[in-house]
Design a protein around this ligand. Structure first.
Ligand SMILES: Nc1nc2c(ncn2[C@@H]2O[C@H](COP(=O)(O)OP(=O)(O)OP(=O)(O)O)[C@@H](O)[C@H]2O)c(=O)[nH]1
Length: 609
Protein backbone atom coordinates (compact mmCIF):
# COMPACT_ATOMS: atom_id res chain seq x y z
CA UNK A 1 0.00 0.00 0.00
CA UNK A 2 2.98 2.30 0.60
CA UNK A 3 3.42 2.60 -3.12
CA UNK A 4 0.13 4.50 -3.31
CA UNK A 5 1.54 7.38 -1.31
CA UNK A 6 4.84 7.13 -3.15
CA UNK A 7 2.91 7.42 -6.39
CA UNK A 8 1.06 10.53 -5.25
CA UNK A 9 4.34 12.01 -3.97
CA UNK A 10 5.92 11.45 -7.37
CA UNK A 11 3.04 13.07 -9.19
CA UNK A 12 2.98 16.02 -6.81
CA UNK A 13 6.65 16.66 -7.37
CA UNK A 14 6.23 16.43 -11.11
CA UNK A 15 3.30 18.86 -10.91
CA UNK A 16 5.39 21.43 -9.10
CA UNK A 17 8.23 21.02 -11.60
CA UNK A 18 5.70 22.04 -14.25
CA UNK A 19 4.36 24.93 -12.25
CA UNK A 20 1.13 23.00 -11.96
CA UNK A 21 0.19 23.72 -8.40
CA UNK A 22 -3.44 24.22 -8.80
CA UNK A 23 -4.05 27.84 -9.65
CA UNK A 24 -3.87 30.37 -12.46
CA UNK A 25 -3.36 27.56 -14.89
CA UNK A 26 -5.29 27.48 -18.12
CA UNK A 27 -4.82 23.74 -18.17
CA UNK A 28 -6.55 21.19 -16.03
CA UNK A 29 -4.39 20.47 -13.05
CA UNK A 30 -3.59 17.08 -11.74
CA UNK A 31 -2.47 18.68 -8.53
CA UNK A 32 -6.00 19.69 -7.66
CA UNK A 33 -7.22 16.16 -7.90
CA UNK A 34 -4.49 14.59 -5.79
CA UNK A 35 -5.32 13.98 -2.15
CA UNK A 36 -3.08 15.87 0.28
CA UNK A 37 -3.00 16.78 3.94
CA UNK A 38 -2.84 20.48 4.76
CA UNK A 39 -1.88 21.72 8.20
CA UNK A 40 -3.99 24.66 9.31
CA UNK A 41 -4.00 26.70 12.46
CA UNK A 42 -3.53 30.09 14.02
CA UNK A 43 -0.09 31.53 14.57
CA UNK A 44 1.92 29.76 17.27
CA UNK A 45 -0.74 27.10 17.60
CA UNK A 46 1.98 24.47 17.22
CA UNK A 47 1.81 23.59 13.49
CA UNK A 48 5.56 23.50 13.01
CA UNK A 49 5.97 21.48 16.16
CA UNK A 50 3.46 18.89 14.92
CA UNK A 51 5.22 18.63 11.58
CA UNK A 52 8.62 18.35 13.18
CA UNK A 53 7.53 15.65 15.52
CA UNK A 54 6.03 13.73 12.60
CA UNK A 55 9.49 13.89 11.01
CA UNK A 56 11.40 13.50 14.25
CA UNK A 57 13.73 16.38 13.31
CA UNK A 58 14.15 20.10 13.84
CA UNK A 59 14.08 21.56 10.38
CA UNK A 60 11.49 24.34 10.21
CA UNK A 61 12.34 28.03 10.52
CA UNK A 62 11.30 29.48 13.86
CA UNK A 63 10.86 33.05 14.90
CA UNK A 64 8.32 35.63 15.74
CA UNK A 65 5.57 36.85 13.41
CA UNK A 66 4.77 35.04 10.19
CA UNK A 67 7.52 32.53 9.66
CA UNK A 68 5.78 30.24 7.18
CA UNK A 69 5.19 32.54 4.21
CA UNK A 70 5.02 29.97 1.41
CA UNK A 71 3.26 26.62 1.44
CA UNK A 72 5.73 23.89 2.26
CA UNK A 73 4.94 20.55 0.67
CA UNK A 74 6.61 18.06 2.89
CA UNK A 75 6.90 14.56 1.55
CA UNK A 76 7.99 11.95 4.03
CA UNK A 77 9.52 8.78 2.60
CA UNK A 78 10.22 5.83 4.86
CA UNK A 79 13.55 4.15 4.11
CA UNK A 80 14.91 0.96 5.57
CA UNK A 81 17.91 1.96 7.67
CA UNK A 82 20.61 4.34 6.49
CA UNK A 83 21.17 7.98 7.27
CA UNK A 84 18.28 10.43 7.14
CA UNK A 85 18.49 13.13 4.54
CA UNK A 86 16.41 15.80 2.86
CA UNK A 87 16.13 17.05 -0.70
CA UNK A 88 14.53 20.17 -2.14
CA UNK A 89 12.96 20.04 -5.50
CA UNK A 90 14.46 23.37 -6.48
CA UNK A 91 17.92 21.97 -5.69
CA UNK A 92 17.94 18.60 -7.41
CA UNK A 93 20.73 16.19 -6.57
CA UNK A 94 21.71 18.14 -3.45
CA UNK A 95 21.44 16.01 -0.33
CA UNK A 96 20.97 17.75 3.00
CA UNK A 97 22.06 15.63 5.93
CA UNK A 98 22.28 18.62 8.23
CA UNK A 99 18.74 19.66 9.14
CA UNK A 100 19.84 23.09 10.32
CA UNK A 101 20.86 23.69 6.70
CA UNK A 102 17.38 22.54 5.64
CA UNK A 103 15.85 25.17 7.89
CA UNK A 104 18.11 27.85 6.42
CA UNK A 105 17.27 26.80 2.87
CA UNK A 106 13.51 26.97 3.55
CA UNK A 107 13.99 30.46 4.86
CA UNK A 108 16.24 31.53 1.95
CA UNK A 109 13.97 30.00 -0.66
CA UNK A 110 11.00 31.82 0.89
CA UNK A 111 12.91 35.08 0.60
CA UNK A 112 13.87 34.34 -3.02
CA UNK A 113 10.21 34.24 -4.00
CA UNK A 114 8.81 36.95 -1.74
CA UNK A 115 11.84 39.20 -1.25
CA UNK A 116 12.95 39.95 2.26
CA UNK A 117 9.57 41.49 2.98
CA UNK A 118 6.97 39.83 5.12
CA UNK A 119 4.88 39.16 2.03
CA UNK A 120 3.46 35.73 1.32
CA UNK A 121 3.44 33.65 -1.87
CA UNK A 122 1.33 30.70 -2.90
CA UNK A 123 4.15 29.01 -4.86
CA UNK A 124 5.01 25.96 -2.77
CA UNK A 125 8.44 24.82 -1.65
CA UNK A 126 8.88 21.09 -2.05
CA UNK A 127 10.86 19.23 0.53
CA UNK A 128 11.32 15.47 0.69
CA UNK A 129 12.62 13.82 3.79
CA UNK A 130 13.95 10.28 3.64
CA UNK A 131 14.18 8.61 7.03
CA UNK A 132 13.67 5.27 8.74
CA UNK A 133 11.71 7.14 11.46
CA UNK A 134 8.85 8.46 9.34
CA UNK A 135 5.74 7.04 7.74
CA UNK A 136 5.00 7.73 4.07
CA UNK A 137 3.02 10.90 4.14
CA UNK A 138 2.60 14.21 2.36
CA UNK A 139 1.81 17.23 4.47
CA UNK A 140 1.41 20.82 3.37
CA UNK A 141 2.40 23.44 5.89
CA UNK A 142 0.52 26.68 5.37
CA UNK A 143 1.10 30.14 6.85
CA UNK A 144 -0.55 30.56 10.24
CA UNK A 145 -3.90 32.33 10.29
CA UNK A 146 -3.64 35.72 11.92
CA UNK A 147 -5.98 38.44 13.07
CA UNK A 148 -3.85 41.57 12.72
CA UNK A 149 -1.05 42.77 10.46
CA UNK A 150 2.15 43.60 12.29
CA UNK A 151 4.79 46.20 11.47
CA UNK A 152 6.14 45.85 7.93
CA UNK A 153 3.23 43.77 6.70
CA UNK A 154 0.68 44.98 4.22
CA UNK A 155 -2.84 45.54 5.59
CA UNK A 156 -4.11 42.85 3.29
CA UNK A 157 -1.97 40.15 4.90
CA UNK A 158 -4.76 38.82 7.15
CA UNK A 159 -7.06 38.35 4.17
CA UNK A 160 -4.22 37.12 1.91
CA UNK A 161 -3.32 34.33 4.32
CA UNK A 162 -6.98 33.45 4.78
CA UNK A 163 -7.41 33.26 0.99
CA UNK A 164 -4.33 31.13 0.50
CA UNK A 165 -5.28 28.70 3.24
CA UNK A 166 -8.79 28.45 1.83
CA UNK A 167 -7.48 27.85 -1.70
CA UNK A 168 -5.88 24.67 -0.36
CA UNK A 169 -8.41 23.42 2.10
CA UNK A 170 -11.52 24.19 0.07
CA UNK A 171 -10.62 21.50 -2.42
CA UNK A 172 -12.60 18.36 -1.71
CA UNK A 173 -9.42 16.28 -2.03
CA UNK A 174 -7.73 18.07 0.81
CA UNK A 175 -7.53 16.37 4.18
CA UNK A 176 -7.33 19.06 6.85
CA UNK A 177 -5.16 18.79 9.89
CA UNK A 178 -6.69 21.44 12.13
CA UNK A 179 -4.31 22.49 14.90
CA UNK A 180 -5.77 24.09 18.01
CA UNK A 181 -3.86 24.84 21.20
CA UNK A 182 -5.44 23.30 24.30
CA UNK A 183 -4.53 26.31 26.44
CA UNK A 184 -7.02 28.47 24.50
CA UNK A 185 -10.76 28.23 24.29
CA UNK A 186 -11.68 25.95 21.39
CA UNK A 187 -14.41 28.42 20.45
CA UNK A 188 -11.69 30.93 19.51
CA UNK A 189 -9.62 28.45 17.50
CA UNK A 190 -8.81 29.84 14.03
CA UNK A 191 -8.44 26.32 12.69
CA UNK A 192 -11.86 25.18 13.89
CA UNK A 193 -13.46 28.38 12.62
CA UNK A 194 -12.19 28.00 9.07
CA UNK A 195 -12.76 24.22 8.97
CA UNK A 196 -16.34 24.66 10.01
CA UNK A 197 -16.82 26.79 6.92
CA UNK A 198 -15.08 24.62 4.35
CA UNK A 199 -15.92 21.20 5.79
CA UNK A 200 -19.11 21.65 7.83
CA UNK A 201 -19.68 17.91 8.26
CA UNK A 202 -16.12 17.33 9.41
CA UNK A 203 -15.68 14.55 6.87
CA UNK A 204 -12.13 15.45 6.04
CA UNK A 205 -10.95 17.28 9.13
CA UNK A 206 -8.62 15.78 11.71
CA UNK A 207 -8.62 17.76 14.94
CA UNK A 208 -5.25 17.99 16.68
CA UNK A 209 -4.96 19.48 20.15
CA UNK A 210 -1.50 20.83 21.04
CA UNK A 211 -0.10 22.25 24.25
CA UNK A 212 -2.13 19.90 26.45
CA UNK A 213 0.69 20.15 28.99
CA UNK A 214 0.19 23.91 29.19
CA UNK A 215 -3.42 23.83 30.27
CA UNK A 216 -4.33 25.58 33.50
CA UNK A 217 -4.15 23.41 36.53
CA UNK A 218 -7.48 21.80 37.24
CA UNK A 219 -8.60 21.86 33.66
CA UNK A 220 -8.27 19.09 31.09
CA UNK A 221 -9.04 18.38 27.46
CA UNK A 222 -10.88 15.10 27.92
CA UNK A 223 -14.18 16.51 26.67
CA UNK A 224 -12.56 17.67 23.48
CA UNK A 225 -10.47 14.53 22.95
CA UNK A 226 -13.50 12.30 23.48
CA UNK A 227 -15.44 14.37 20.94
CA UNK A 228 -18.00 15.84 23.28
CA UNK A 229 -17.05 19.52 22.92
CA UNK A 230 -16.72 19.53 19.19
CA UNK A 231 -17.56 16.43 17.22
CA UNK A 232 -15.63 15.48 14.13
CA UNK A 233 -15.95 12.33 12.02
CA UNK A 234 -12.47 11.28 13.14
CA UNK A 235 -11.37 11.12 16.78
CA UNK A 236 -9.41 14.08 18.10
CA UNK A 237 -5.71 13.49 18.68
CA UNK A 238 -3.86 15.24 21.47
CA UNK A 239 -0.12 15.92 21.28
CA UNK A 240 2.52 17.27 23.56
CA UNK A 241 5.27 18.97 21.63
CA UNK A 242 8.51 20.41 22.87
CA UNK A 243 8.16 23.65 24.77
CA UNK A 244 10.15 26.71 23.80
CA UNK A 245 12.49 25.91 26.66
CA UNK A 246 13.01 22.40 25.24
CA UNK A 247 13.78 23.87 21.85
CA UNK A 248 16.23 26.30 23.33
CA UNK A 249 17.92 23.44 25.15
CA UNK A 250 17.90 21.47 21.90
CA UNK A 251 16.01 18.59 23.41
CA UNK A 252 16.29 15.68 21.05
CA UNK A 253 13.17 14.86 19.05
CA UNK A 254 13.31 11.17 19.77
CA UNK A 255 13.56 11.93 23.48
CA UNK A 256 10.65 14.35 23.11
CA UNK A 257 8.53 11.65 21.49
CA UNK A 258 9.33 9.27 24.29
CA UNK A 259 8.46 11.90 26.85
CA UNK A 260 5.18 12.60 25.07
CA UNK A 261 4.30 8.90 25.17
CA UNK A 262 5.10 8.77 28.87
CA UNK A 263 3.04 11.90 29.47
CA UNK A 264 -0.11 10.30 28.11
CA UNK A 265 0.46 6.85 29.58
CA UNK A 266 1.14 8.22 33.06
CA UNK A 267 -1.49 10.93 33.02
CA UNK A 268 -4.49 10.22 35.27
CA UNK A 269 -6.76 12.21 32.89
CA UNK A 270 -5.57 10.81 29.56
CA UNK A 271 -4.23 7.39 30.47
CA UNK A 272 -7.31 5.64 29.08
CA UNK A 273 -6.78 7.46 25.77
CA UNK A 274 -3.00 6.97 25.62
CA UNK A 275 -3.01 4.48 22.74
CA UNK A 276 -4.68 7.01 20.47
CA UNK A 277 -2.72 10.10 21.49
CA UNK A 278 0.66 11.50 20.50
CA UNK A 279 2.58 12.49 17.40
CA UNK A 280 3.53 8.95 16.47
CA UNK A 281 -0.10 7.83 16.51
CA UNK A 282 -1.06 10.93 14.52
CA UNK A 283 1.48 10.05 11.81
CA UNK A 284 0.17 6.51 11.53
CA UNK A 285 -3.51 7.55 11.45
CA UNK A 286 -2.85 10.11 8.75
CA UNK A 287 -0.78 7.76 6.62
CA UNK A 288 -3.48 5.10 6.79
CA UNK A 289 -6.21 7.58 6.03
CA UNK A 290 -4.28 9.06 3.11
CA UNK A 291 -3.90 5.60 1.62
CA UNK A 292 -7.62 4.91 1.90
CA UNK A 293 -8.45 8.23 0.29
CA UNK A 294 -5.95 7.75 -2.53
CA UNK A 295 -7.30 4.29 -3.18
CA UNK A 296 -10.84 5.57 -3.45
CA UNK A 297 -9.70 8.34 -5.80
CA UNK A 298 -7.88 6.08 -8.24
CA UNK A 299 -10.76 5.59 -10.71
CA UNK A 300 -11.45 9.35 -10.71
CA UNK A 301 -7.77 10.10 -11.20
CA UNK A 302 -7.53 7.61 -14.03
CA UNK A 303 -10.43 9.15 -15.88
CA UNK A 304 -9.12 12.69 -15.34
CA UNK A 305 -5.71 11.64 -16.63
CA UNK A 306 -7.12 9.90 -19.70
CA UNK A 307 -9.31 12.88 -20.52
CA UNK A 308 -6.45 15.33 -20.07
CA UNK A 309 -4.09 13.23 -22.19
CA UNK A 310 -6.63 13.31 -25.02
CA UNK A 311 -6.99 17.09 -24.67
CA UNK A 312 -3.26 17.68 -24.57
CA UNK A 313 -2.68 15.47 -27.59
CA UNK A 314 -5.39 17.33 -29.49
CA UNK A 315 -3.87 20.67 -28.67
CA UNK A 316 -0.38 19.49 -29.61
CA UNK A 317 -1.68 18.27 -32.97
CA UNK A 318 -3.23 21.67 -33.53
CA UNK A 319 0.10 23.34 -32.76
CA UNK A 320 1.96 21.10 -35.19
CA UNK A 321 5.03 18.94 -34.84
CA UNK A 322 8.26 20.23 -33.36
CA UNK A 323 11.12 20.76 -35.81
CA UNK A 324 13.88 18.22 -36.46
CA UNK A 325 17.36 19.28 -35.36
CA UNK A 326 19.47 18.16 -38.32
CA UNK A 327 19.73 19.86 -41.70
CA UNK A 328 18.12 16.93 -43.51
CA UNK A 329 15.18 16.91 -41.18
CA UNK A 330 14.73 20.65 -41.48
CA UNK A 331 14.92 20.49 -45.29
CA UNK A 332 12.40 17.67 -45.32
CA UNK A 333 9.99 19.57 -43.05
CA UNK A 334 10.30 22.70 -45.19
CA UNK A 335 9.72 20.80 -48.44
CA UNK A 336 6.74 18.98 -46.96
CA UNK A 337 5.13 22.22 -45.86
CA UNK A 338 5.82 23.79 -49.28
CA UNK A 339 4.25 20.80 -50.93
CA UNK A 340 1.09 21.17 -48.88
CA UNK A 341 0.91 24.82 -49.89
CA UNK A 342 1.52 23.97 -53.55
CA UNK A 343 -1.23 21.38 -53.47
CA UNK A 344 -3.71 23.86 -52.01
CA UNK A 345 -2.74 26.38 -54.70
CA UNK A 346 -3.35 23.80 -57.43
CA UNK A 347 -6.70 22.93 -55.91
CA UNK A 348 -7.73 26.56 -56.31
CA UNK A 349 -6.80 26.43 -59.99
CA UNK A 350 -8.43 23.08 -60.59
CA UNK A 351 -11.76 24.06 -59.10
CA UNK A 352 -11.49 21.90 -55.99
CA UNK A 353 -11.24 25.17 -54.06
CA UNK A 354 -12.79 28.43 -55.33
CA UNK A 355 -11.12 31.07 -57.54
CA UNK A 356 -10.22 29.32 -60.81
CA UNK A 357 -13.35 30.58 -62.55
CA UNK A 358 -12.11 34.16 -62.21
CA UNK A 359 -9.46 33.35 -64.83
CA UNK A 360 -12.08 32.30 -67.32
CA UNK A 361 -13.96 35.52 -66.47
CA UNK A 362 -11.00 37.50 -67.80
CA UNK A 363 -10.95 35.57 -71.09
CA UNK A 364 -14.70 35.55 -71.51
CA UNK A 365 -15.55 39.12 -70.47
CA UNK A 366 -12.68 41.43 -69.72
CA UNK A 367 -10.53 40.75 -72.79
CA UNK A 368 -13.36 40.75 -75.38
CA UNK A 369 -14.80 43.92 -73.84
CA UNK A 370 -11.42 45.64 -73.96
CA UNK A 371 -10.89 44.59 -77.59
CA UNK A 372 -14.32 45.91 -78.46
CA UNK A 373 -13.49 49.27 -76.98
CA UNK A 374 -10.53 49.70 -79.34
CA UNK A 375 -12.65 51.38 -82.11
CA UNK A 376 -10.44 50.64 -85.10
CA UNK A 377 -12.71 52.75 -87.33
CA UNK A 378 -11.39 55.81 -85.51
CA UNK A 379 -7.97 55.06 -87.01
CA UNK A 380 -9.55 54.44 -90.38
CA UNK A 381 -11.19 57.80 -90.93
CA UNK A 382 -10.89 59.09 -94.46
CA UNK A 383 -8.32 61.68 -93.48
CA UNK A 384 -6.18 59.17 -91.63
CA UNK A 385 -6.33 56.69 -94.49
CA UNK A 386 -5.35 59.39 -96.94
CA UNK A 387 -2.58 60.65 -94.70
CA UNK A 388 -1.04 57.24 -94.13
CA UNK A 389 -1.29 56.16 -97.76
CA UNK A 390 0.24 59.39 -98.99
CA UNK A 391 3.02 59.20 -96.43
CA UNK A 392 3.71 55.59 -97.31
CA UNK A 393 3.80 56.34 -101.02
CA UNK A 394 6.45 58.96 -100.47
CA UNK A 395 7.82 60.55 -103.60
CA UNK A 396 6.54 57.73 -105.76
CA UNK A 397 2.76 57.37 -105.60
CA UNK A 398 1.59 53.73 -105.80
CA UNK A 399 0.86 52.44 -109.19
CA UNK A 400 -1.56 49.57 -108.71
CA UNK A 401 -2.37 49.10 -105.02
CA UNK A 402 -1.18 51.08 -101.96
CA UNK A 403 0.77 48.13 -100.57
CA UNK A 404 2.81 50.12 -98.05
CA UNK A 405 -0.22 52.17 -97.07
CA UNK A 406 -2.19 49.03 -96.30
CA UNK A 407 0.62 47.78 -94.13
CA UNK A 408 0.87 51.00 -92.18
CA UNK A 409 -2.86 51.23 -91.68
CA UNK A 410 -3.10 47.62 -90.51
CA UNK A 411 -0.10 47.97 -88.19
CA UNK A 412 -1.41 51.16 -86.65
CA UNK A 413 -4.61 49.32 -85.75
CA UNK A 414 -3.03 46.10 -84.60
CA UNK A 415 -0.57 47.71 -82.17
CA UNK A 416 -3.54 48.95 -80.16
CA UNK A 417 -4.36 45.31 -79.33
CA UNK A 418 -1.21 45.26 -77.16
CA UNK A 419 -3.06 47.23 -74.45
CA UNK A 420 -5.90 44.74 -73.87
CA UNK A 421 -3.36 41.90 -74.23
CA UNK A 422 -1.17 43.34 -71.46
CA UNK A 423 -4.21 44.05 -69.32
CA UNK A 424 -5.33 40.43 -69.61
CA UNK A 425 -1.87 39.25 -68.51
CA UNK A 426 -1.96 41.63 -65.53
CA UNK A 427 -5.47 40.57 -64.57
CA UNK A 428 -4.46 36.90 -64.54
CA UNK A 429 -1.39 37.82 -62.51
CA UNK A 430 -3.56 39.56 -59.91
CA UNK A 431 -5.85 36.53 -59.67
CA UNK A 432 -2.93 34.14 -59.24
CA UNK A 433 -1.38 36.38 -56.60
CA UNK A 434 -4.62 36.44 -54.67
CA UNK A 435 -4.73 32.65 -54.88
CA UNK A 436 -1.21 32.48 -53.46
CA UNK A 437 -2.28 34.58 -50.48
CA UNK A 438 -5.35 32.49 -49.94
CA UNK A 439 -3.37 29.27 -50.16
CA UNK A 440 -0.79 30.60 -47.70
CA UNK A 441 -3.55 31.36 -45.24
CA UNK A 442 -5.11 27.98 -45.79
CA UNK A 443 -1.85 26.10 -45.17
CA UNK A 444 -2.14 25.41 -41.46
CA UNK A 445 1.43 24.15 -41.32
CA UNK A 446 2.70 27.59 -42.32
CA UNK A 447 0.99 29.28 -39.38
CA UNK A 448 3.55 27.63 -37.16
CA UNK A 449 6.51 29.22 -38.96
CA UNK A 450 6.06 32.95 -39.63
CA UNK A 451 9.44 33.30 -41.42
CA UNK A 452 8.83 30.40 -43.77
CA UNK A 453 5.36 31.73 -44.41
CA UNK A 454 6.77 35.07 -45.56
CA UNK A 455 9.53 33.42 -47.64
CA UNK A 456 7.17 31.00 -49.36
CA UNK A 457 4.78 33.85 -50.09
CA UNK A 458 7.58 36.00 -51.51
CA UNK A 459 9.01 33.14 -53.57
CA UNK A 460 5.60 32.35 -55.05
CA UNK A 461 4.89 35.99 -55.90
CA UNK A 462 8.35 36.39 -57.44
CA UNK A 463 7.73 33.30 -59.56
CA UNK A 464 4.38 34.74 -60.66
CA UNK A 465 6.16 37.98 -61.54
CA UNK A 466 8.61 36.09 -63.79
CA UNK A 467 5.72 34.25 -65.41
CA UNK A 468 3.92 37.53 -65.97
CA UNK A 469 6.95 38.91 -67.86
CA UNK A 470 7.16 35.79 -70.04
CA UNK A 471 3.44 35.87 -70.65
CA UNK A 472 3.55 39.53 -71.65
CA UNK A 473 6.38 38.83 -74.08
CA UNK A 474 4.45 35.93 -75.59
CA UNK A 475 1.21 37.91 -75.95
CA UNK A 476 3.04 40.86 -77.49
CA UNK A 477 4.79 38.49 -79.86
CA UNK A 478 1.42 37.23 -81.03
CA UNK A 479 0.41 40.79 -81.84
CA UNK A 480 3.75 41.58 -83.45
CA UNK A 481 3.56 38.45 -85.59
CA UNK A 482 0.29 39.67 -86.98
CA UNK A 483 1.91 42.99 -87.77
CA UNK A 484 4.89 41.60 -89.55
CA UNK A 485 3.22 39.11 -91.88
CA UNK A 486 -0.22 39.68 -93.31
CA UNK A 487 -2.53 36.89 -94.48
CA UNK A 488 -2.05 36.92 -98.24
CA UNK A 489 -5.18 34.87 -98.86
CA UNK A 490 -7.34 37.65 -97.49
CA UNK A 491 -6.06 40.17 -99.99
CA UNK A 492 -6.03 37.74 -102.88
CA UNK A 493 -9.69 37.13 -102.39
CA UNK A 494 -10.48 40.85 -102.51
CA UNK A 495 -12.48 41.82 -105.62
CA UNK A 496 -10.25 43.87 -107.96
CA UNK A 497 -11.35 47.22 -109.34
CA UNK A 498 -11.28 45.72 -112.83
CA UNK A 499 -13.55 42.87 -111.90
CA UNK A 500 -15.91 45.38 -110.41
CA UNK A 501 -16.04 47.13 -113.82
CA UNK A 502 -13.67 49.92 -112.81
CA UNK A 503 -11.04 51.29 -115.05
CA UNK A 504 -7.51 50.17 -114.15
CA UNK A 505 -6.13 53.16 -115.90
CA UNK A 506 -7.60 55.68 -113.46
CA UNK A 507 -5.57 58.78 -113.15
CA UNK A 508 -3.34 59.19 -110.13
CA UNK A 509 -5.80 61.69 -108.68
CA UNK A 510 -8.72 59.28 -109.00
CA UNK A 511 -6.81 56.91 -106.82
CA UNK A 512 -7.05 59.28 -103.88
CA UNK A 513 -10.69 60.02 -104.22
CA UNK A 514 -13.13 59.41 -101.39
CA UNK A 515 -14.69 56.23 -102.66
CA UNK A 516 -11.29 54.71 -103.22
CA UNK A 517 -10.07 55.67 -99.74
CA UNK A 518 -13.31 54.43 -98.16
CA UNK A 519 -12.79 51.09 -99.84
CA UNK A 520 -9.22 50.89 -98.58
CA UNK A 521 -10.42 51.78 -95.05
CA UNK A 522 -13.13 49.16 -95.05
CA UNK A 523 -10.75 46.49 -96.38
CA UNK A 524 -8.29 47.32 -93.59
CA UNK A 525 -11.09 47.25 -91.00
CA UNK A 526 -12.31 43.83 -92.01
CA UNK A 527 -8.74 42.49 -92.05
CA UNK A 528 -8.01 43.96 -88.60
CA UNK A 529 -11.29 42.58 -87.24
CA UNK A 530 -10.39 39.15 -88.55
CA UNK A 531 -6.98 39.31 -86.86
CA UNK A 532 -8.51 40.66 -83.65
CA UNK A 533 -10.95 37.75 -83.51
CA UNK A 534 -8.00 35.38 -83.84
CA UNK A 535 -6.05 37.13 -81.08
CA UNK A 536 -9.08 37.05 -78.87
CA UNK A 537 -8.65 33.27 -78.94
CA UNK A 538 -4.90 33.00 -79.02
CA UNK A 539 -4.03 35.49 -76.25
CA UNK A 540 -5.90 33.37 -73.61
CA UNK A 541 -4.04 30.30 -74.87
CA UNK A 542 -0.73 32.07 -74.52
CA UNK A 543 -1.66 33.41 -71.07
CA UNK A 544 -2.71 30.00 -69.80
CA UNK A 545 0.42 28.44 -71.26
CA UNK A 546 2.81 31.00 -69.77
CA UNK A 547 1.16 31.82 -66.43
CA UNK A 548 -1.53 29.39 -65.33
CA UNK A 549 0.06 26.16 -66.50
CA UNK A 550 3.49 27.35 -65.45
CA UNK A 551 2.28 28.37 -61.96
CA UNK A 552 0.71 24.96 -61.57
CA UNK A 553 3.86 23.22 -62.69
CA UNK A 554 6.65 25.20 -61.12
CA UNK A 555 5.48 27.83 -58.70
CA UNK A 556 8.12 26.96 -56.09
CA UNK A 557 10.80 25.36 -58.31
CA UNK A 558 13.09 28.31 -57.92
CA UNK A 559 12.59 28.31 -54.15
CA UNK A 560 13.34 24.58 -53.97
CA UNK A 561 16.64 25.10 -55.79
CA UNK A 562 17.51 27.84 -53.29
CA UNK A 563 16.51 25.61 -50.38
CA UNK A 564 18.90 22.92 -51.58
CA UNK A 565 21.76 25.41 -51.42
CA UNK A 566 20.83 26.87 -48.04
CA UNK A 567 23.06 26.51 -45.00
CA UNK A 568 21.65 24.94 -41.86
CA UNK A 569 21.54 28.30 -40.12
CA UNK A 570 19.33 29.81 -42.80
CA UNK A 571 17.17 26.71 -42.82
CA UNK A 572 16.79 26.98 -39.07
CA UNK A 573 15.82 30.62 -39.45
CA UNK A 574 13.15 29.63 -41.92
CA UNK A 575 11.70 27.28 -39.37
CA UNK A 576 11.83 29.83 -36.58
CA UNK A 577 8.57 29.46 -34.80
CA UNK A 578 6.57 32.02 -32.98
CA UNK A 579 8.24 31.88 -29.52
CA UNK A 580 4.85 31.81 -27.82
CA UNK A 581 3.89 28.71 -29.81
CA UNK A 582 7.21 27.05 -29.01
CA UNK A 583 6.75 27.79 -25.35
CA UNK A 584 3.19 26.49 -25.37
CA UNK A 585 4.21 23.31 -27.19
CA UNK A 586 7.02 22.62 -24.80
CA UNK A 587 4.73 23.23 -21.82
CA UNK A 588 2.11 20.96 -23.29
CA UNK A 589 4.67 18.29 -24.12
CA UNK A 590 6.06 18.33 -20.58
CA UNK A 591 2.58 18.17 -19.15
CA UNK A 592 1.70 15.34 -21.48
CA UNK A 593 4.79 13.45 -20.35
CA UNK A 594 3.77 13.94 -16.73
CA UNK A 595 0.25 12.72 -17.40
CA UNK A 596 1.49 9.72 -19.40
CA UNK A 597 3.88 8.64 -16.70
CA UNK A 598 1.19 9.23 -14.08
CA UNK A 599 -1.16 7.15 -16.21
CA UNK A 600 1.15 4.18 -16.43
CA UNK A 601 2.06 4.32 -12.74
CA UNK A 602 -1.54 4.61 -11.63
CA UNK A 603 -2.51 1.77 -13.94
CA UNK A 604 0.19 -0.39 -12.35
CA UNK A 605 -1.07 0.39 -8.85
CA UNK A 606 -4.69 -0.10 -9.88
CA UNK A 607 -3.96 -3.52 -11.36
CA UNK A 608 -1.95 -4.56 -8.32
CA UNK A 609 -4.89 -3.80 -6.01
N1 LIG B 1 4.83 23.14 26.05
C1 LIG B 1 4.44 23.05 24.81
N2 LIG B 1 4.82 23.98 23.97
C2 LIG B 1 4.44 23.87 22.67
C3 LIG B 1 3.62 22.80 22.24
N3 LIG B 1 3.40 22.97 20.95
C4 LIG B 1 4.05 24.09 20.58
N4 LIG B 1 4.68 24.63 21.60
C5 LIG B 1 5.44 25.85 21.59
O1 LIG B 1 4.66 26.87 21.05
C6 LIG B 1 5.44 27.75 20.30
C7 LIG B 1 4.85 27.84 18.89
O2 LIG B 1 4.94 26.61 18.27
P1 LIG B 1 5.16 26.43 16.73
O3 LIG B 1 5.19 24.99 16.48
O4 LIG B 1 6.30 27.25 16.29
O5 LIG B 1 3.81 27.08 16.23
P2 LIG B 1 3.38 27.44 14.72
O6 LIG B 1 1.92 27.28 14.69
O7 LIG B 1 4.17 26.63 13.78
O8 LIG B 1 3.79 28.96 14.67
P3 LIG B 1 3.88 29.88 13.32
O9 LIG B 1 4.50 29.09 12.22
O10 LIG B 1 4.68 31.05 13.77
O11 LIG B 1 2.46 30.25 13.02
C8 LIG B 1 6.84 27.19 20.31
O12 LIG B 1 7.60 27.86 21.24
C9 LIG B 1 6.66 25.75 20.75
O13 LIG B 1 7.76 25.27 21.46
C10 LIG B 1 3.22 21.83 23.16
O14 LIG B 1 2.47 20.88 22.88
N5 LIG B 1 3.64 22.03 24.45
Amino acid sequence: MDNLITLVNKIQRACTALGDHGEESALPTLWDSLPAIAVVGGQSSGKSSVLESAVGKDFLPRGSGIVTRRPLVLQLHKIEGGKEYAEFMHLPRKRFEDFAAVRKEISDETDRETGRTKAISSVPIHLSIFSPNVVNLTLIDLPGLTKVAVEGQPDTIVQDIDNMVRSYIEKPNCIILAISPANQDLATSDAIKICREVDPKGDRTFGVLTKIDLMDKGTDAVDILEGRSYKLQFPWIGVVNRSQADINKSVDMIAARRREREYFVNSPEYGHLADRMGSEHLGKVLSKHLETVIKSRIPGLQSLINKTIAELEGELTRLGKPIANDAGGKLYTTMEICRVFDQIFKEHLDGIRPGGDKIYGVFDNQLPAALKRLQFDKYLSMDNVRKLITEADGYQPHLIAPEQGYRRLIESCLVTIRGPGEAAVDAIHAILKEMVHKSINETTELKQYPTLRVEVGNAAVEALERMREESKKAAMQLVDMECCYLTVEFFRKLPQDVEKGGNPTHSIFDRYNDAYLRRVGSTVLSYVNMVCAGLRNSIPKSVVYCQVREAKRSLLDHFFTELGRMEVKRLSNLLNEDPAVMQRRSNLAKRLELYRSAQSEIDLVAWAK
